[in-house]
Structure formats: C-alpha cells, structure tokens
Design a protein around this ligand. Structure first.
Ligand code: ZN
Ligand code: ZN
Length: 367
C-alpha cells in the first residue's frame, strides 16, 4: 500500500513540475513510508524521485534500526546514516547527488532553514511548495484509515461519556480532563491528539481556553473538547453541557449552535465545497443574531494530524470528495453569558455524510 502511496505522490509531484520531493520527519513521511522519525536538532529527511522508483533517507545513525524496522512497502530504500562525530554534510551530499540543480518539492510549513540551506549547499536545489500535493493524497481516507479513525472516535467518546458523568459543582476542569484522558489511555489510545479542553463558566466564552483549576459552579456552561490518538490517527469531538440552573439566553445559544451543527452536517455531501458547509452552519447563527460571536471557521480536516486540509471556511472553494474526513464545529462565545460549541467529525460518503462521533447532542442540564 505504501509503495502505491509513494507512486501516487511521485505522479502528483511530477504533474506539479517537481523532479523530486524532500520530506521531513512527520505525518507525511509516516503516511508514505510507515516511519515515525522524530523531528529533532539532528537532520533527517527522505528524498523521493518523481522520475524513477527511488527513495533515499538521510538520518542520524542511531535512528536507522528503528526506521528500517518501521519502513513498509516494497520499494527499495537507500540509507545514508550519519554519526555525531562526522556530521550530516557528507551523507547529505551523497544522498542529494541526484538533486543537483533540480526543482524539488518541500513542505513549506515543516522544513526548517537548517534543511533548506543544507540542501541548497549540497545540491543547489530550486524549491517549490509541496503542501497541496501532499494534502491531496491524504485528504481522502481509505478503508484501513477509516477503521482506525472510527476506533479513535470510539475511544474519545468512551472517555467523554465518563467525563460528563463525573461533572459536578466543586470539581475542577483539570480533574475532569484527567478522568477523560485516563479512560482514553485504558481504551488503547497512545495519548490525546491535542491538549484536552474543559472550559467552564466564564472560561467557556473563550474558544481557546487552557484547561485550568477553576471549580465548576451551578449555572455554568462547560465545553468539553477532546481527541484520542490511535495507531497514528486522531479523533476530535466537542460537547457542551450545562450545570443547572441555566439562564434563558444560555439555553437559547445552545439551541442555535445545535441547529447550526445540524445544518452543517446536512449540507455535507461529495462535490460540495468547504465554503458551502461553512455557509450552511454560519447562516443559522447569523439569522439568530449571534453571527459576530461565531469567531472561528466551521471545521478542519483530520487524520494523521489533528488539523490538516481541507479547512471548512468561507473561502474554501475546492469540491470535497467521498472519503474526506473533517469536523463540523460551530460555536457561539459571549462574555458574561458563556460559550457553546458542538463538534462532530464526519466522513463524506456517496450518500451524504456519516458522523464518526455520536455522543448525544441534545442539551443536558446536570443538577
Ligand atoms: Zn476540531
Ligand atoms: Zn475539537
């Protein structure tokens, strides 16, 4: 499968005018070759030719045994290890001997000045941004990937249900987040796919709250946003619960956000754009008079990374294909009242969309 992925990348790169691609440790390399090389101060990269089946890997000597063990796919790899004593320059120059003067695709948001300068010195490359080429490969998930994402979703939801049952006045945000994360670990997650968010009361009005030591109080809206990583794949879900008694306005914004989540989901089908889905969700909130309190995009793709293309924004015009996975997560945040976000992760299918996340969306008021 990975051999096919490398060939698809080579085809897409060639069409984009690239004679080779250079990939950094990270999700793309993991996706293409199964390797989980870590990004560190030591130079490591893979060179994939788009003209022939050729993969070269430059890496610290001490990383080679694990990388070799992890590498999957039939395509032969040439290894160029380097030691701390000799440094990376000689290994890189040998590995980059087929790049001299070439046009090379690199990951603009991942590659550092360290690697770019080293490649320019070793081979005088001309670099192009390969971000879109790589994103186009990873956006549509195959059946194996979807199975892993469903398991990641099952794990986060098992933890979320227990976290919600554990919510009560007097408990801190951090206690609830810890309970949630422990259940995810017990269920097989290698760790949260991002820092678990429990935002209570006034903190719920901040869409990027950092979970802290505030104690939950009666009258709070509590946003719970979490994800699990399972065998390299992420899940992502948000629910908002109320600790009674709550005000009429808190109830009202909950109902509006729930309707927006529903409208966004209903707009999902193959061939529509992110902008179409964003509009469907956002117009519900605007029509209710809360448009200026919905301060973020409607959603983001997810897979091996918690945020990856496609992005569900007002300007996203690209049609989305069946197999694409992304979130629908409208929210309203009002200082002095509180915030509500309801987020699901969905996969586009020929029939519309299928939600990987299923925890009940109806308003739950804990007494
Ligand atoms: Zn999200
Ligand atoms: Zn989330």
């Amino acid at each position: 499968m990975q051999t096919q992925r490398i060939r698809r990348l080579a085809d897409a790169g060639r069409r984009a005018g690239m004679e080779a691609l250079v990939l950094m440790p990270g999700a793309n390399l993991h996706y293409l070759m199964g390797m989980t090389l870590h990004l560190s101060e030591r130079l490591a990269l893979a060179i994939i030719s788009t003209a022939e089946d050729s993969v070269r890997v430059v890496l610290p000597q001490l990383e080679q045994p694990r990388a070799q063990q992890e590498y999957v796919g039939g395509m032969p790899v040439e290894w160029f290890p380097w030691s701390d004593e000799e440094g990376y320059r000689v290994a890189l120059r040998r590995a980059a001997s087929n790049l001299i003067g070439r046009t090379v695709g690199v990951e603009y948001t991942v590659m550092r000045v360290l690697e770019l300068r080293a490649l320019e010195e070793a081979a005088g490359i001309h670099s192009l941004d390969a971000t879109d080429v790589l994103a186009s490969l990873r956006m549509r998930k195959d059946a194996d990937e979807l199975a892993l994402m469903r398991e990641a979703a099952r794990i986060v939801e098992t933890g979320m249900r227990i976290a919600i049952e554990s919510l009560r006045p007097g408990r801190t945000e951090r206690e609830i987040a810890t309970i949630w994360e422990e259940v995810m670990r017990d269920e097989g997650s290698s760790g949260p796919s991002f820092a678990t968010i429990v935002a209570s009361g006034p903190n719920s009005a901040n869409p990027h709250h950092t979970t802290g030591d505030r104690r939950i109080e009666p009258g709070d809206l509590v946003i719970l946003d979490g994800g699990a990583t399972y065998r390299g794949y992420c899940s992502d879900i948000t629910r908002t619960v109320a600790v009674g008694p709550i005000s009429a306005e808190q109830r009202r914004i909950y109902e509006v956000v729930q309707a927006a989540n529903q409208a966004g989901f209903a707009a999902c089908r193959p061939g529509v754009s992110g902008a179409h889905i964003d509009r469907a969700a956002r117009s519900v909130i605007e029509d209710a008079g809360y448009g200026r309190y919905f301060v973020h995009r409607t959603g983001h793709g997810l897979g091996m990374e918690i945020h990856e293309p496609p992005y569900i924004t007002a300007t996203a015009q690209q049609p989305l294909a069946a197999g694409t996975v992304f979130t629908v997560e409208p929210g309203v945040y009002i200082a002095g009242v509180g915030g509500v976000r309801i987020e699901d992760s969905v996969v586009l299918t020929e029939a519309g969309a299928d939600s990987l996340t299923t925890v009940d969306r109806a308003l739950r008021v804990l007494e």
